[in-house]
Design a binder for this molecule. Structure first.
Ligand SMILES: Nc1ncnc2c1ncn2[C@@H]1O[C@H](COP(=O)(O)OP(=O)(O)O)[C@@H](O)[C@H]1O
Ligand SMILES: [Mg+2]
Length: 371
């Protein structure tokens, strides 16, 4: 077997993060050489010589996804886990958030407006008509409609009434959509979460033009601000532990002091210096380099070195009759449909928050999520 003694990064059109990541890993140590992943022949069950690969692009390149699964099977710690990334989507993740006690907007899954290719009405004999009155009563207006497996703000609609909803739905083709209560927020944040432990909370104003979105500060200050940051960090970790993502961003809209998770399925999040700004960029390069080095040191040659979330681990343990990890809380948190109270987060070190970060020119469309 080839020795898995390199750290690689696999990427697409982005231009700033990959080189900075490689340089930082090589500055910090010399045991594992960092480089841009190089692929030529891909053969089943033949390992790569990467201990770790950071995947920034397989959501757009199915060939890479298959390459990464083969690499993972033969010992490479692929970040993020390509099996999980192929399996989850925003609706499932919202449902898991409810079970983890993290508030999310009330959300309904809508079937695609058009039938998928090669199906006809017989393919849908199990599906009854939508009860729109009930849906509108439950979700209310304004509402957001967005793809259940989307990213980069594509096909995201805000609607104020039924007519707008139907008009927008008509444009969505074969996309399976979420229909979701709009959260009227006072603060909005986007958070990097690296290695299931490092969290950076970035105040973010989605209503600003692209180049000013990160040039924002939290409106809530003092004790309430500190408490909010601690709660956000707790929720970020809960979500990423549940999902098993090592590199992700989580967005929250804050309503009545409660952070409500809006978008937390971003396994190749925007990390371009021109959109996140220099300070956030430096933080994410450093955290990703530390994580990759740690994972390379920890990896066992030829073994499964992937991260699996508590959802998968609990299922596997239950199957084996072990039930070693306590089951996740099943009560929905305040802010979700049943309005239960959120458990107070443990008082702990307040996470880092970047204030007054200068945003740069480029917009955020390089942010990638899956599929
Ligand atoms: N339920 C919601 N309430 C308030 N704002 C929302 C909601 N859903 C989406 N948005 C707004 O739309 C933007 C894009 O939606 P998001 O879920 O992040 O999709 P994407 O994965 O395409 O980034 C968010 O950054 C937020 O500003
Ligand atoms: Mg988003």
């Amino acid at each position: 077997m080839s020795r898995q003694n390199k750290i690689g990064i696999l990427f697409g059109q982005e231009n700033t993060f990959p080189q900075a990541f490689v340089d930082r890993v090589n500055e910090k140590q010399s045991l594992f050489k960092a480089e841009f992943v190089h692929i030529d022949q891909v053969e089943q069950s033949v390992p790569t010589n990467y201990a770790v690969i950071i995947d920034r692009i397989s959501q757009d390149v199915p060939f890479y996804k298959a390459y990464l699964k083969n690499a993972a099977l033969t010992g490479t710690a692929v970040i993020n886990n390509p099996f999980w990334w192929s399996a989850d989507e925003k609706f499932f993740n919202n449902a898991l958030a409810v079970q983890l006690g993290v508030p999310v907007p009330k959300t309904i899954l809508l079937p695609s407006k058009e039938r998928p290719d090669d199906t006809n009405h017989n393919s849908f004999r199990n599906l009854g008509p939508m009860n729109w009155d009930a849906i509108f009563r439950h979700i209310g207006f304004p509402a957001f409609m967005k793809p259940h497996a989307g990213g980069g703000w594509k096909s995201v609609y805000k609607v104020d009434n039924a007519e707008q909803l139907f008009r927008s739905y008509d444009e969505t083709g074969q996309l399976v959509m979420l229909y979701q209560e709009a959260i009227d927020f006072t603060d909005y944040v986007r958070c990097y979460c690296i290695g299931g432990k490092d969290v950076l909370i970035m105040p973010y104003e989605p209503r600003n033009p692209h180049h000013l979105r990160y040039a924002s500060e939290l409106k809530v200050t003092g004790d309430a601000g500190q408490k909010l940051l601690a709660t956000i960090k707790d929720y970020v970790l809960k979500l990423n532990h549940g999902l098993g993502y090592d590199f992700n961003t989580v967005e929250f809209a804050v309503r009545d002091g409660i952070p409500i998770a809006i978008d937390f399925c971003n396994p190749a999040p925007d990390a371009d210096v021109h959109s996140v700004g220099q300070a956030n960029f430096d933080w994410v390069v450093e955290a990703a380099a530390n994580m990759a080095i740690e994972r390379a040191n920890r990896a066992s040659q030829g073994k499964d070195n992937l991260t699996w979330g508590t959802f998968v681990r609990n299922s596997a343990q239950a199957m084996m009759g072990l039930a070693a990890t306590p089951a996740p809380e099943t009560k929905p948190a305040k802010g979700t449909e049943s309005g239960e109270l959120v458990k107070e987060p443990k008082a702990e070190k307040v996470p880092e928050v970047k204030k007054d970060v200068k945003a740069d020119k480029k917009d955020d469309k390089s942010k990638k999520t899956k599929k």
